[in-house]
Design a protein around this ligand. Structure first.
Ligand SMILES: N[C@@H](CCC(=O)N[C@@H](CS)C(=O)NCC(=O)O)C(=O)O
Length: 219
């Protein structure tokens, strides 16, 4: 049994989509970011970085893992699913997962900060992050013009990137103009696990997301 500490955000959805796709038994522990539950002592004991997602693997001596990429690798390795055993495809999976956690996630996150939450509108900052996120989309599009999934077979790399790319409009950018990226996003929307995972935990409305974002950046 896995306990999943999460909220309705792209980084949280990476893990709920993955757990749904793996068909693993798990318990949802919603963390209310607006109330600042991620900064309480009990949560900081799990993740000193004060962010979701976090898992506790009850079947492995209550092992605690934070950082979405690390959690995804752990669960894929544990089950032997959604990461290839074949060395080249395995390396490709890790590569496109890292592309997400070091590129797409942080850049889209900064788009959200400057486009949605920051009290002052700084056009140069908005342009910088939107341009960089759009450039990263073009890299994904080029890869997806050659392969159906980022590492040939469906993998954790697709889940990680999809959970962010699909939210592009919130960041003020567009993935639909990219033919192959658009095809990949739409195809993955057809999978029941993906549909279900993005509803875990209960989605919050856009006003709440904006309020949470504003609160987090002013701390
Ligand atoms: N690098 C981390 C980023 C996690 C992250 O930024 N989580 C956000 C939600 S998407 C969060 O918990 N924000 C709350 C805060 O910053 O206080 C990961 O991939 O797990």
């Amino acid at each position: 049994m896995i306990e999943l500490y999460t909220a309705s955000t792209p980084n949280g959805h990476k893990i709920s989509v993955l757990l749904e796709e793996l068909g693993i038994d798990y318990q949802i522990k919603p963390v209310n970011l607006l109330k600042g539950e991620q900064k309480t002592d009990s949560f900081l004991n799990l993740n000193p970085n004060g962010r979701i997602p976090v898992i506790i693997d009850k079947s492995n001596n209550d092992l605690v893992i934070f950082e979405s990429g690390a959690i995804m690798l752990y669960l894929a390795e544990k089950t032997g699913k959604l990461i290839s055993r074949e060395p080249v495809k395995r390396q490709e999976t890790i590569q496109w997962l890292m592309f997400n956690v070091s590129g797409i996630g942080p850049m889209m996150g900064q788009c959200n900060v400057f486009y949605r939450y920051f009290p002052e509108k700084i056009p140069a900052a908005i342009d910088r992050y939107q341009h960089e996120a759009d450039r990263l989309f073009s890299v994904l599009d080029s890869r997806l013009s050659q392969v159906e999934y980022l590492a040939h077979d469906l993998s954790i790399a697709d889940i990680a990137n999809w959970c962010w790319v699909r939210t592009a409009s919130w960041s003020g950018i567009d993935y639909k103009k990219y033919e192959h990226l658009n095809r990949w996003v739409n195809n993955l929307y057809q999978r029941p696990a993906f549909k279900k995972g993005i509803k875990i935990p209960e989605p919050v409305d856009s006003d709440d997301i904006a309020e949470t974002g504003k609160k987090i950046i002013t701390k």
